[in-house]
Design a protein around this ligand. Structure first.
Ligand code: ATP
Ligand code: MG
Length: 553
């Protein structure tokens, strides 16, 4: 993937339009339906819409596409606003498609008056039947030639609540034999006696997506209405409606939606994971939601970087989940505070270090950022190291601790292992070591040369904590291609909970802090963490599988 990229096709279009004087200023919009929490696919759309406006000194509206009265909730509206701001963007106006219900109704009346819309009493089955198929033209229905007066009256009665749900619809009068199926007299309004989260019981007719969306764009003066590829066939209708109504000519442009390996992005299915308690909530750190990714410890910078790197494609493709992790690591490496944490301890006793003595050893917080300074780590005669960092009989080129071998303890001393103590099952329980007082980090005059450096914590000072290790939620790479129940594809190992022993410095940790557990990975405090029980989420491991794969490829 190239680091330096030229303008994407949307930037080219905007640039051309501005240079041609077509607009003084561009206006984009991000139009979520408030029926769930935003996911990483939405982040792509947010970065694109807000990013374009930012780059070309335009503005972006946040427009809630709340035309479907039954599924929308204020909780979702609030979470969406929070997520957009967290990603680092600010909208010019907060709008709701439902703000335009009066205007949209008036537009519909205008179409009727022009002879371009009619009320149809056919059932939805009959309408589908009339429509034909892509290879067979549709046929005109029996209500198509109602007079303007009759249509106006019926539509007004629909609005007044005279008819039951599904008994009548308003349709555009275009062409039942049109090559584009969506142009075969699409439904513009349906009757739905339902309470709406903003307009209450005022309306019992609601506009369909195609009628609401483009008209809302036009009302707001949106110049470039950017959506995903599945809306390509809708563009013709989008233009037809705007032309027929003779309103501001917003234009629709399409790009490929983000698909990611091992990830499912439909809000409906994500809701199912939440409702069936397969995950702990919308913000479960395994969820591809922005709130889940945030709780997992990713930064807004890394998500914006990710969206930038994947670029804007015109054809559907699949992005490796590893790229998101790569971007996460890249930013966390710059900002994370380095800390020592032991997850699977063996005890080390330093036999020549006085029992009860404690030294405070300075250690840099982040070698990538001097301004973070250093902290002091307590050192004593009993330490924990990782079980993995010891081998009794090591192979050649093993640079960690072995019986008779030496290793450096990070920010402390060189030690040598002299004796291994085991329990009756032969499991190592303790290592008896000596240290070399003159080998202290920063003032080493020992002349000893060791290759390995390992992390450790002092037994007397370590704080016990819980760490939550996450892996992909699904085992299947292309979740879009599955035909069976997505629950058959869940990864049973997506969450592992483990104990860890952490530096006492963590008692000062703040919710926003990011940590690198040295040699292990990047972590942050979970929202369930308390000063008495620290809980950490692993954002990503340190090892960079994605970059390695790229090099191989
Ligand atoms: P889902 O199918 O996941 O529920 P949606 O498209 O119904 O998503 P909306 O709330 O209607 O969700 O989408 C708001 C905006 O985000 C739309 O402009 C839509 O095109 C865009 N969007 C949604 N999913 C993706 C994605 N995976 N990649 C890029 N953009 C997306
Ligand atoms: Mg939608």
């Amino acid at each position: 993937m190239a680091e330096e990229k030229g303008p994407n096709f949307l930037e080219e279009i905007v640039d051309r339009d501005l240079k041609a004087g077509k607009y003084q200023e561009i206006i984009t919009r991000f139009p979520p339906e408030p029926n769930g929490y935003l996911h990483i696919g939405h982040a792509k759309s947010i970065c694109l819409n807000f990013g374009l406006a930012k780059d070309f000194n335009g503005s972006t509206n946040l427009r809630f596409d709340d035309t479907n009265p039954v599924t929308e909730e204020t909780e979702y509206v609030d979470s969406i606003k929070y997520d957009v701001r967290w990603l680092g963007f600010e909208w010019a106006n907060e709008r709701y498609a439902s703000d335009y219900f009066d205007q949209l109704f008036e537009f519909a009346v205008r179409l009727i008056e022009k002879g371009l819309a009619y009320v149809d009493d056919s059932t939805s089955d009959q309408i589908a039947e009339q429509k034909g198929t892509p290879t067979k033209p549709g046929v005109n229905g029996p209500f198509r030639d109602r007079s303007v007066e009759e249509n106006l009256q019926l539509f007004s009665e629909m609005k007044d609540g005279k008819y039951k749900d599904g008994s009548k619809v308003l349709r555009a009068k275009i062409d039942m034999a049109h090559t584009n199926m969506l142009m075969r007299d699409p439904v513009l309004y349906r009757i739905k006696h339902a309470h709406h989260h903003r307009t209450g019981d005022k309306w019992c007719v609601y506009p369909m997506y195609d009628f609401a969306h483009g008209q809302s764009d036009s009302i707001e003066g949106v110049t470039h209405s950017i959506c995903t590829l599945e809306f390509v066939p809708h563009r013709e209708l989008y233009d037809w409606l705007i032309n027929s109504l003779e309103i501001f000519p917003s234009r629709q442009y399409e790009f490929a939606r983000l698909n990611m390996t091992y990830t499912m992005m439909s809000k409906r299915k994500l809701l199912q994971l939440v409702n069936e308690k397969i995950v702990s909530g919308w913000d479960d750190p395994r969820m591809p939601t922005i709130s889940g990714i945030r709780r997992r410890g990713f930064t807004p910078e890394s998500i914006r970087d990710f969206c930038e790197r994947i670029g804007v494609a015109k054809r559907d493709n699949m992005i490796d989940f590893g790229l998101l992790e790569f971007c996460g690591r890249d930013h966390l490496n710059k900002i994370a505070l380095r800390r020592m944490v032991v997850m699977d301890p063996i005890k080390v006793v330093i036999t020549n270090y006085p029992e009860g003595k404690t030294e405070q050893l300075p250690s840099e917080n982040n070698p990538e950022d001097e301004s973070t300074g250093s902290r002091e780590i307590p050192f004593g005669n009993a330490l924990y190291i990782e079980r993995d960092d010891f081998m009794e009989n090591p192979p050649k080129k093993y640079f960690r601790l072995s019986l008779g071998g030496m290793v450096r303890l990070k920010s402390a001393y060189i030690i040598k292992c002299e004796e291994v103590i085991k329990d009756s099952d032969g499991r190592v329980t303790e290592l008896r070591c000596v240290y070399f007082p003159e080998s202290k980090s920063g003032s080493d005059t020992s002349g000893l040369s060791v290759k390995g450096v390992i992390h450790w914590v002092s037994v007397a000072h370590a704080v016990e904590a819980e760490v939550r290790l996450y892996d992909r939620l699904f085992n299947t790479e292309d979740m879009g291609a599955i035909e069976d129940d997505f629950k058959n594809h869940l990864n049973s190992e997506s969450l592992k909970i483990q104990k860890a022993w952490v530096e006492p410095e963590f008692r000062n940790a703040k919710a926003d802090d990011r940590f690198q557990f040295m040699r292990t990975g990047y972590f942050c405090l979970d929202k369930e963490s308390t000063p008495d029980k620290l809980v950490f989420n692993r954002t990503v491991t340190l090892r960079d599988m994605w970059a390695k794969e790229q090099k191989k490829g």
